[in-house]
Write a protein that binds this ligand. Structure first.
Ligand code: ADP
Ligand code: ZN
Ligand code: ZN
Length: 731
């Protein structure tokens, strides 16, 4: 009897051996199919990886699989190989890697043949109805109209039911009046229609050179760093290279760091190509995700755009991988399987023997290093495309104006832009009104009970919130320490800046864009529409506004309070601040009018500012690389962070110490093992956290050691541990 090696979604690092299901056709047993199997007293869905002759388990103990779920493999040999590689590289149980790679519905054992949804949608007549004029007796219909107006693409009956009480009769009577219709969401499963719609832009010489260089190398592994300043036309370069890839009927996978950047990217692609585009991000429903996944897998979609998790999508005929804003930390997953989608893109391109483009205006030090080592080709776009030019920087010394939130220089610059009907973007990387709720008598500060963190004051509901665990409570009237009533908000967040702007520029329309104002998908879309129409004049936002967006009318960018990052303990902090600063600055002056950037700081002489402004990001990055080399930190050294959490710090540290004692004798001389120490943020969500840090000069050595160590992790039900290979931050 053949033995089936099956990956199951359980936290154990092995395959599980099963016998084929009773009466099954052995020919159907191909790696990559799913099977349902008995596991302990449950049923689980697993993926077949291998078929072998022998098992280490005695045959009387082997169980039979229950049923085969797929007639042909869901995962190609290349996908299975990718999963094995990730499991080994990140030292993560293979079955959990499979679970990350597959859409939910497939993990649940559902079929790949799915029913298309019926959507209810407003007709043109329905859209034109003046809701105010309807009699209030039709309360439910009014609510339905309002709801459907916000979803012009239509909603399923279930989605409507989730928001409004019993509705089907009201929908039917509205259908009779000609206000709504139903349509089926037909999965776009037709053959790919390949063609290019709108005329492409005439490339400038630098763009031309990049496009030619990549297009000459489409038929083999060709890793490159596209190092192009903000607004240099990287997207146009992607589009023209992809046109060539699609012409050969091959697929292009494009990753963007943030879901909010997908609509902009999709629009630019839809304008250019007559080809179905598969989209993958976290806000899709399970069904949408599966449909898009299948389109990519079956080769029906030639263009696939998505966020981090899209890196797992199977491609029938891969032609190129593109990672836009490759430096962005969002490409690293920070829990469970801690993979880097950027690094995996390079692996996949190598596997498929095709190019991979890592694009950024502020490349990561890792990518610069890879260029220096001759591993990546360096493609440069040194100038802005079209007529736009680089913005001008000004540093404002806030020590001279300690009482002000907005400096005089910034205020007059804002005034000037408002007069000229141009837009202003103010960047502050903190949502809420103020980061501290504090007693001005005795210095007491409101703290989260569950975390090592201060509570953030939110003015709209006058409550205090923890941004780490979500704890939320009302404010006290008297200081719990000295009983005085001198509690006040201290410091600045987006809400406070918004309030301040309303006071100082009452005539201007201010729009705040942060995690609080953009919870829902339609909210972000309508905000972006207000920015593009010019209705909003001053934009206040966190980094979600700073990244990647193209707002042609923004000519002034104000950076408020970036100082926090200047003195952080994390070794990547200065790289992050520099990238963020250049990215925010990159929103200014992207079209005809020149841009200006004003940085408010209490440390105007900080070398980071002077270096960046006088010598530019590339020079800053090279200097930072030298510093990293001196201390053998990435990219010159390799790290893995082993963390443990427990109800008490001593428990976590004792566990880590046990582990350390187990492995010390295995440690080669060239490697270091630091700790155990408490994590920089010692307590989070009521758990205390400790860390051990592995540091190596050779990646191979690090991996060899990790592989040896994993089986030696002490078993302790009171501890939750995790391993992060190539950690992005050590917090
Ligand atoms: P990046 O992605 O590098 O920040 P974009 O691709 O968004 O830059 O380009 C910035 C702007 O320049 C866009 O409005 C784009 O249409 C325009 N652009 C790009 N390439 C050209 C070109 N060759 N000629 C004229 N305009 C261009
Ligand atoms: Zn908390
Ligand atoms: Zn007090």
């Amino acid at each position: 009897m053949p033995i089936l090696k099956i990956a199951l979604p359980v936290p154990l690092p092995t395959f599980f051996d099963y016998l084929p299901p009773p009466g099954c056709d052995i020919a159907q047993l191909q790696p990559g199919i799913r099977l349902r199997v008995p596991f302990r007293n449950q049923k689980k869905v697993g993926v077949l990886f291998d078929i072998v002759d022998n098992s280490e388990i005695i045959s009387s103990k082997l169980r039979m699989a229950q049923e085969i779920l797929d007639t042909e493999p869901l995962l190609s040999p290349a996908c299975l190989h990718l999963i094995r590689w990730a499991s080994h590289y990140y030292q993560h149980p293979i079955g959990e890697v499979v679970e990350t790679a597959l859409p939910n519905l497939l993990n649940q054992g559902r079929s790949t043949h799915i029913q298309a949804d019926i959507l209810w949608q407003l007709t043109t007549n329905g859209l034109a109805i003046d809701i105010e004029s309807l009699s209030s007796r039709n309360h439910l219909q009014i609510e339905l109209l309002k709801l459907l107006k916000t979803y012009p693409q239509g909603l399923t009956k279930q989605a409507i039911k989730n928001q409004l009480p019993t509705t089907i009769n009201s929908l039917r009577s509205m259908e009779k009046k000609g206000w709504v219709i139903t349509r089926t969401l037909i999965p776009k499963m037709s053959e790919p229609l390949v063609g290019i719609k709108s005329s492409k832009l005439a490339l400038n010489p630098a763009q031309q050179k990049v496009v030619e260089q990549v297009c000459e190398n489409l038929n083999h592994f060709y890793p490159c760093l596209l190092d192009g300043v903000t607004g240099s036309g990287k997207t146009e370069v992607y589009l023209q290279i992809i046109a060539k890839v699609v012409e050969q009927r091959k697929q292009a996978l494009i990753l963007v760091p943030e879901i909010n950047l997908t609509p902009q990217m999709i629009t630019r692609f839809e304008k250019r190509f007559h080809s179905p585009i598969a989209i993958l991000h976290s806000k899709l429903t399970d069904k949408e995700r599966l449909l898009n996944w299948l389109q990519a897998k079956d080769g029906k979609a030639l263009i696939i755009i998505g966020t981090r998790s899209a890196i797992w999508i199977p491609l029938k005929n891969p032609g190129i991988f593109i990672v836009d804003e490759e430096h962005d930390a969002a490409y690293k997953q920070q829990d469970a399987l801690r993979y880097s989608a950027r690094d995996m893109a390079v692996f996949r391109a190598h596997q498929a023997n095709v190019p991979v483009i890592l694009g950024s205006a502020t490349p990561s030090l890792e990518s610069f290093f890879n260029v220096q080592q001759g591993r990546y080709h360096h493609l440069l776009l040194p100038e802005r495309a079209g007529v736009a030019i680089h913005p001008e920087f000004h540093i404002v010394d806030m020590r001279q104006q300690p009482k002000r939130i907005l400096s005089q220089q910034l205020c007059s610059a804002i005034e000037q832009r408002l007069d000229q009907q141009q837009q202003v973007l103010l960047f502050i990387n903190r949502r809420g009104y103020a980061p501290l709720w504090m007693c001005y008598e005795c210095g007491w500060v409101a703290h989260c009970q569950h975390c090592d963190a201060n509570l953030v004051y939110h003015d709209h509901d006058k409550r205090l919130q923890c941004h780490h665990c979500g704890a939320n409570r009302s404010i006290e009237q008297h200081c719990p320490n000295c009983r005085q009533s001198s509690l006040k908000a201290y410091g600045q967040g987006t809400e406070r800046i918004e309030t301040q702007l309303h006071q100082q520029f009452p005539q201007a329309t201010v729009l705040r864009v942060d995690g609080d104002t953009t919870r829902s998908k339609p909210a972000m879309a309508s905000m972006l529409a207000k920015i593009h129409s010019g209705e909003a004049q001053i934009l206040v936002g966190t980094q979600m506004l700073a990244k990647g967006h193209h707002f042609p009318s923004v000519t002034l960018v104000g950076v408020l309070n970036i100082d926090g990052g200047l003195y952080s303990v994390d070794f990547r902090a200065s790289e992050r601040v520099a990238q963020l600063l250049m990215q925010v600055a990159g929103r200014a002056g992207r079209a005809n009018a020149p841009g200006e950037v004003i940085i408010q700081t209490y440390h105007p002489d900080h070398p980071l500012f002077t270096h960046l402004i006088q010598a530019g990001y590339t020079s800053f990055a090279h200097a930072s690389l030298q510093e990293r080399q001196q201390v053998q930190l990435p990219p010159y050294g390799y790290l893995a962070l082993f963390s443990a959490e427990a109800r008490q710090l001593s428990l976590a540290l004792a566990f880590l110490n046990d582990f350390k004692q187990q492995i010390l004798s295995l440690l080669p001389q060239t490697m270091q093992l630091w700790g155990p120490v408490p994590a920089p943020m010692e307590k989070r969500k009521d758990k205390y956290r400790g860390q051990l840090l592995f540091q190596a000069t050779q990646r191979k050595e690090l991996h060899r050691l990790l592989t040896q160590c994993m089986p030696l992790i002490p078993k302790n039900p009171k501890i939750r541990w995790s391993l992060d290979v190539d950690p992005q931050d050590l917090l």
